[in-house]
Design a protein around this ligand. Structure first.
Ligand SMILES: Cc1ncc(COP(=O)(O)O)c(C=O)c1O
Length: 453
């Protein structure tokens, strides 16, 4: 008998009966490199001697786990919302208290106020272009919104099965969600030689090929990009919108890194703003869902799982279905909603927390900018490594040399040939630790090249 009192052969849920789509899901964030790192860390903790004393996790996108300081005002408001007796405590500033009272009141009446605050935030961000709170859906992080939208899109069988275009290199949520939903992944490749920009001809190529075996319905863009750190130009976004309109594709714009722009000459342009500035020919026609989150930018609050999506030009009956789908799962956790509210409605110049808030936000973004330029500078000093400028987001995706030994090693490890010799790392470790990581990469690479080329 098995431990749970049931013969294995009697189980209802086995590897043979389970959902085959789940088995197709790959998720690199929990993949072999991470598992090996965990194992090494355990061995170090057990006192096993190694040529190093610490594992610095340059793969994790969790800002606070990597030492970034949470924004004080946000945590104060969350503490007050969680334990309202603290509203009597004189140590908390008055603006944090009034924000907490407002949120507590709103939550008791439903989430309408938070959706309105999100809409006002989008209007400020997009230079006054109107945003209807009815187009805002609060989500448990951006991931939840993205998966919900994909779920709505997927249908059909065989050549009619929904195909969704995603960038390569990609953020693994997309391939995982598509595998899980049994949708067809249509890969389009970002242009490494042009700072990972998006080439419309490549979109065309991918789409034409895909039409032979599926029904392409949607195009996903991550801007600023994970894992490649590019910020798409306004021209590129316009081209993508024209392409989506011409090909009748639903646009999904993942904009969770909208504040993370570092490079001179790079600027974040939201898809919504560009769409509306292109005039009614596009703004009244192209269907768009855009996503934001409390997890990234200067907030880094991924543990609270706050986010929203804005939908534009959604068929009213589909919108009804979306509302139903979201409602069935009940609302996102209250702390995530409260946090989202203070992110979209931060301290104002006449409020006591304003100066601290601005200082913390500015310092956090300035440190990330410093780490972005340090990373690309040091990696580009290593002979054989090429690293594009980290224009935005929190990652770099450098490429190693092309010796045949590398190719063999790479393929032997079961990776995809097209990503040969490239790897992703975050710029999140504290400056001093990042310097150590970069120095180690330099040393390792030089040694590896000497040994095998
Ligand atoms: C491009 C991109 N989209 C979505 C997410 C998920 O965000 P959230 O934590 O809000 O679910 C991430 C997280 O790393 C990301 O990099």
């Amino acid at each position: 008998m098995a431990q749970n009192g049931c013969e294995h052969s009697e189980r209802v849920l086995t590897m043979d009966t389970m959902n085959p789509n789940v088995k197709r899901v790959e998720y690199a964030v929990r993949g072999p490199i991470v598992q090996r790192a965990v194992q090494i860390e355990r061995e170090l903790n057990m006192g096993i001697k190694k040529p190093f004393t610490e594992v610095i996790k340059a793969n994790i996108g969790d800002c606070h786990a990597m030492g970034q300081k949470p924004i004080t005002f946000f945590r104060q408001v969350l503490a007050l919302c969680s334990y309202p007796d603290l509203l009597e405590d004189s140590k908390f500033p008055e603006d944090a208290k009034s924000r907490a009272r407002r949120i507590l009141q709103a939550i008791s009446q439903g989430i309408e106020m938070i959706r309105q605050d999100v809409a006002r935030y989008i209007e400020r961000r997009d230079g006054g272009i109107t945003c209807d709170p009815d187009n805002i859906y609060l989500s448990t992080g951006a991931s939840d919104g993205i998966v919900t939208m994909l779920k709505l899109l997927v249908s059909g069988e065989g050549v009619s099965r929904t195909g969704v275009m995603i960038s390569i290199p990609q953020y693994p949520l997309y391939s995982a969600a598509l595998a899980d939903l049994g949708a067809v992944q249509i890969s389009y490749y970002l242009d490494e030689d042009n700072c990972w920009s998006l080439d419309i001809n490549e979109l065309r190529r991918a789409l034409q090929e895909a039409k032979k075996h599926c029904s392409p319905q949607a195009l996903c863009i991550i801007n600023p990009g994970n894992p490649t750190g590019q910020v798409q130009s306004r021209q590129c976004i316009e081209d993508v919108i024209r392409f989506a309109a011409a090909e009748k594709l639903f646009l999904m714009a993942d904009e969770v890194y909208q504040d993370n722009v570092y490079a001179e000459g790079s600027k974040f342009h939201s898809f919504k703003k560009v769409l509306f500035e292109m005039g009614p020919e596009y703004s009244e026609k192209v269907e768009l869902a855009s996503f934001h989150s409390t997890s990234k930018c200067y907030m880094g609050e991924c543990g609270f799982r706050g986010g929203y999506m804005e939908v534009i030009n959604l068929d009213p009956e589909v919108k009804f279905q979306l509302t139903k789908l979201v409602s069935v799962r009940l609302c996102p956790p209250v702390p995530g909603q409260a946090l989202l509210d203070v992110v979209v409605n931060p301290p104002q110049p006449d409020e006591p927390s304003y100066d601290t808030f601005i200082k913390e936000r500015t310092d956090t973004l300035a440190t990330l900018a410093e780490k972005a330029s340090m990373t690309q500078e040091i990696l580009n000093q290593v002979p054989g490594i090429k690293c594009n400028p980290v224009q935005g987001a929190m990652y770099t995706f450098p490429r190693e040399g092309t010796s045949s030994r590398y190719v063999l090693l790479y393929e032997a490890s079961g990776r995809k040939r097209h990503l040969f010799g490239s790897w992703q790392m975050t710029i999140l470790p504290p400056v001093e630790k990042l310097k150590i990581v970069l120095a180690k990469i330099k040393e390792f690479h030089q040694h590896f090249v000497e040994q095998y080329s």
